[in-house]
Design a protein around this ligand. Structure first.
Ligand SMILES: Cc1cc2nc3c(=O)[nH]c(=O)nc-3n(C[C@H](O)[C@H](O)[C@H](O)COP(=O)(O)OP(=O)(O)OC[C@H]3O[C@@H](n4cnc5c(N)ncnc54)[C@H](O)[C@@H]3O)c2cc1C
Length: 418
């Protein structure tokens, strides 16, 4: 396969986009009261609209893939172009200038599940799933959290028991984003309850339409239902769908979690970047006649500073990834900054809007903010909670002693006995 130069690739991508999508109009400067006032953290649409958007997203992904632009960095045997990551970034930058269907349906599957399949599945399983995932024919979800295992993921209880060439999976997962439209999932199960908890786990690729998989939506306080409970009732999974060796599932889970942090960092822009220049907030102050309020002005400047610092921290982490290094605690710091800035934005908005935030009067730019305020707590939990990330920063950046825990090797451990 010949490698095009980056300029040849730009020409190829531009020709593809020109032929298949409309260019977005030039972004206009934000003016209070004009355009869309949506600032929601999570997309929440009715099931019919979701089905329609998924079909559009899949059609776009297929078009991209069939043109040789769906798996730019992937191996040729799995439908990839074998091009360096810079080509992928160039594609993303060029595509952002065009109005294409929202691709967020593929975030978890391509951002986390596919890289794990690539690293841990058998070749024929990779050949079956990777091309189909990158073409958008299959959507993937992440089945890790359980009612009793989130931050302490290794405590999970869903069982997989061997039966000849198959495994029988029984248990419950929870908070599974996108399970309602996913075709496959990456599930981590306990395969040996007698081993220490990190050692008795195994990962599998599971068919979300298999007999015994029961997906039930969970309604969030924002009104939508973007995640689910997933029950496994003696679901049969072929042994060749195992990811890695038996009882080595912890390293499989870590592959996924590393990719999760990297994709949150890359997508999050280090601080709700849609709000980052605080223009919207400054215009809100002016619109409601509060521009002279010294406390609010001070708060606005603090937010501006927070967003700028987050942007630079995030940039540093992304530069590391681009240079082929593993991101370190920067990702934890970037995610903490994201949630701190969003929480601060919600508090600022609540002070300015007062009761307008809670009552839908139809007034532009008021009640719409309730979606951000109600969505931010979810962001503080997903992909590592604020508290857990602070522990990481405390231990790895500040060199503080390890947090005492039931199975930690903390220096305080002996003090906690009895
Ligand atoms: C929007 C959203 C999407 C999600 N999508 C998925 C998904 O697709 N797939 C999936 O598997 N999971 C998903 N999750 C689940 C998410 O990974 C877990 O909610 C998260 O890991 C926290 O686990 P938990 O809810 O069990 O809370 P717990 O771990 O029980 O934590 C409860 C509280 O205790 C605190 N805490 C826990 N341990 C410590 C500690 N050592 N030190 C200090 N404080 C601590 C936490 O910070 C938190 O405040 C999603 C969650 C959200 C909010």
């Amino acid at each position: 396969m010949t490698t095009p130069s980056i300029d040849e690739f730009r020409t190829e991508v531009t020709a593809f986009l020109d032929a298949n999508a409309e260019r977005k109009p030039e972004a206009k400067a934000f003016v209070w009261g004009e355009g869309d006032d949506d600032v929601a953290m999570f997309e929440e649409v009715d099931p019919e609209t979701e089905r329609q958007r998924l079909a559009e997203a899949k059609a776009w992904r297929a078009k991209r893939y069939d043109a040789g632009l769906g798996y730019i960095t992937g191996a040729a045997e799995y439908g990839g172009r074998e091009l360096p990551a810079a080509y992928e970034r160039l594609y993303a930058g060029l595509e952002a200038r065009y109005a294409v269907p929202n691709q967020s349906f593929f975030g978890i599957g391509l951002g986390m599940v596919a890289p794990t399949i690539k690293d841990h599945a058998q070749p024929h399983v990779k050949a079956r799933y990777l091309p189909a995932m990158y073409r958008g024919d299959l959507v993937g979800c992440q089945l890790f959290s359980e009612p009793g295992a989130g931050s302490d993921l290794a405590g999970l209880q869903t069982r997989a028991e061997r039966d000849g060439d198959e495994w029988v999976v029984t248990g419950q997962k929870v908070w599974t984003s996108g399970a309602q439209y996913s075709d496959i999932g990456e599930v981590i199960c306990r395969t040996d309850p007698d081993l220490p908890k990190h050692k008795g786990l195994t990962g599998f690729v599971v068919d979300m339409r298999a007999a015994g998989v029961d997906v039930r939506p969970l309604r969030q306080m924002t009104g939508g239902a973007s995640f689910n409970e997933v029950f496994f009732n003696e679901v049969r999974v072929p042994d060749d769908h195992r990811l890695g060796e038996v009882n080595q599932g912890w390293s499989v889970a870590l592959t996924t979690l590393m990719n999760e942090r990297a994709s949150i960092g890359a997508g999050g822009g280090g601080g709700g970047m849609g709000l980052a220049d605080v223009t919207r907030l400054a215009q809100m102050l002016r619109h409601f006649g509060r521009s002279d309020d010294a406390t609010l002005r001070d708060e606005l400047m603090r937010l501006y500073t927070g967003f700028q610092v987050a942007k630079l921290t995030n940039q540093r982490a992304l530069d590391k990834i681009r240079a082929g290094q593993l991101p370190g605690p920067e990702m934890s710091i970037a995610k903490l900054a994201l949630t701190r800035n969003l929480t601060g934005t919600g508090e600022f908005v609540a002070r300015v809007l007062g009761p307008r935030l809670t009552a839908d009067t139809g007034e532009w730019g008021t009640f719409a903010w309730s979606k951000l305020v109600c969505g931010t707590p979810g962001m503080r939990i997903a992909g590592g909670t604020d508290e857990v990330l602070r522990n990481i920063v405390g231990e790895r950046v500040l060199g503080l002693p390890k947090e005492p825990g039931i199975d930690s090797t903390s220096p305080f451990k002996d003090l906690l006995k009895n």
